[in-house]
Design a binder for this molecule. Structure first.
Ligand code: PA5
Length: 470
């Protein structure tokens, strides 16, 4: 079977939607020079600065073997595997697990699961940790603490809770149940790892959180729940090979970046809805949302010019959200691009039995499969969007497996890097997240001088008025 993912952009184009609502060949041609420059810039910086992630498919042979060794031990030893992390240190592991493992993985008997039960605790909802402790048994649990900065309050607060509980219940030897994934020198977690002798994997330089799925951040959890991480990396390399051309018609990620640039910057399509038609890809939409939002939402260009850049990503799920969001997509404002993800071959076939012959509207389903039904509904939605002249495109996955998933993730990462170039912004920082972090620390009374400015700014804010609180 053909294993390459494909990008079908027919419904983005004026040939299908007309020139008021679709992108013309002239618009594309006018972008070729900028597209080539974007491709050259990304390629020239491969492996440098924050583009270290581009090398991950090639430079991890040794580390992958070590991960496989540790993962084999985890699978043989533990009944529960818990990731503590947030944002880029959690969304990839969640998306990959959902995509490649059984949809009710944790409910399967151990004999049918390729690894321990899997949990990712990516929030500090006070009820969450209590709920986790209700379903795991501490002596049988491996905790994987993932934080690049080694300082994220959410993750480190969870670390404190978990290590205290482990020490109390397991006693000596508690540290053997912890795997740390962090920077090799910066932050607190690496110090704690050295002090306590945790099994440790490093997040390489030049790999930011949202670009970290192909390094130990993603590979350790994936391998511990039985996923073929070499196939994922091979998929990423295969996509990388397709991104070597500066001709957008030969480089799918470049074409994607250019189309989204034209759609958002020139035609007001400020929202991109990621709409997979597969439960397995549900959380790929979450992963994409962070990648696109945190990378491209910026208020200053590289030359210092103020801007308000970034197309807003949104997530939805086919067919479920046909019964929720689709009305808006078809008839609401012309401000969206809908990106379908279509799966050609599902891993199961569900036959619909014949029956209810007296009800024609039900009986016609008999003898079909859910496979034909979901694709027919996807095509129906695509047609409705086309009729309503709504830009849409389809990423086709021949099958969801580790190899095609590696391609998909690398494709979206490359498209994001190119888009950053086209927008002339820094796609690899996140200063807007820092403001809220500083304010939180100031609120919590952290007396470190670096939070003084935040504290002062916040006390200078006008007092809330009772009349606006009902
Ligand atoms: O993409 C990013 O950089 C962020 O989402 C981070 O991954 C997130 O803030 C967690 O940071 P850390 O891994 O340092 O704990």
């Amino acid at each position: 079977m053909e294993q390459n993912i494909r990008l079908d952009v027919n419904h983005m184009m004026a040939d299908m939607l007309g020139s008021e609502h679709g992108i013309t060949k002239e618009q594309l041609a006018a972008m070729q020079e900028a597209a080539a420059a974007a491709q050259h810039a990304v390629e020239a910086n491969r492996g440098k600065g924050w583009l270290g992630w581009m090398e991950l498919p090639y430079n991890q042979e040794e580390i992958v073997s070590k991960i496989e060794e540790v993962a084999a031990h985890v699978r043989a030893t533990y009944e529960y595997f818990v990731v503590l992390g947030i944002g880029g240190s959690a969304l990839g592991p969640i998306a990959v697990h959902q995509a490649l493992n059984h949809l009710h993985y944790n409910e399967l008997p151990a004999s049918k699961r390729p690894g321990p039960k899997f949990y990712v605790e990516d929030n500090i909802d006070p009820e969450r940790m209590a709920a986790l402790f209700d379903v795991i048994e501490l002596p049988k649990t491996c905790f994987c603490i993932i934080t690049k900065s080694g300082a994220t309050a959410e993750t480190m607060s969870q670390y404190l809770i978990v290590t205290e509980a482990l020490k109390a219940e397991v006693g000596e030897g508690w540290a053997k149940q912890i795997i740390a994934v962090t920077d090799h020198e910066k932050g607190n977690l690496i110090k704690l790892a050295k002090e306590n002798g945790f099994e440790t994997f490093f997040i390489p330089d030049g790999v930011g959180g949202r670009f970290s799925e192909m390094c130990p951040v993603g590979l350790v959890p994936a391998a511990c729940c039985g996923i073929d991480i070499r196939a994922m990396l091979a998929g990423a390399a295969a996509m990388d090979a397709r991104c070597k051309s500066d001709d957008m018609m030969k480089n799918p990620a470049l074409l994607e970046a250019v189309l989204q640039y034209i759609a958002s910057e020139q035609m007001g399509r400020n929202v991109q809805v990621m709409l997979p038609y597969a439960d397995s890809l549900k959380y790929m939409a979450d992963w994409f949302c962070q990648l696109w939002a945190e990378s491209l939402g910026k208020n200053v260009k590289r030359d210092g010019t103020p801007c308000h850049a970034g197309q807003t990503p949104a997530k939805a799920l086919g067919v479920t959200d046909q019964h929720s969001q689709l009305q808006l997509y078809n008839e609401g404002p012309f401000d969206k691009v809908i990106t379908f993800i279509k799966v050609e071959n599902f891993r199961s076939e569900t036959k619909i039995p014949k029956g209810c012959e007296e009800f024609k509207d039900v009986a016609f389903l008999g003898g079909m499969t859910h496979n034909t039904l979901i694709e027919a509904e996807r095509q129906g939605t695509e047609y409705a969007l086309y009729v309503n002249k709504r830009m849409n495109q389809t990423i086709v996955m021949p099958e969801v497996n580790a190899y095609t998933l590696g391609q998909l993730m690398f494709f979206l990462e490359m498209a994001t890097a190119y888009e950053g170039e086209l927008l002339n912004i820094d796609a690899f920082n996140q200063p807007g997240v820092e403001t809220s972090k500083r304010a939180t620390y100031a609120i919590l009374g952290n007396t470190d001088a670096k939070y003084d400015a935040a504290r002062q700014e916040m006390t200078g804010r006008p007092a809330f008025k009772a009349e606006y609180i009902l």
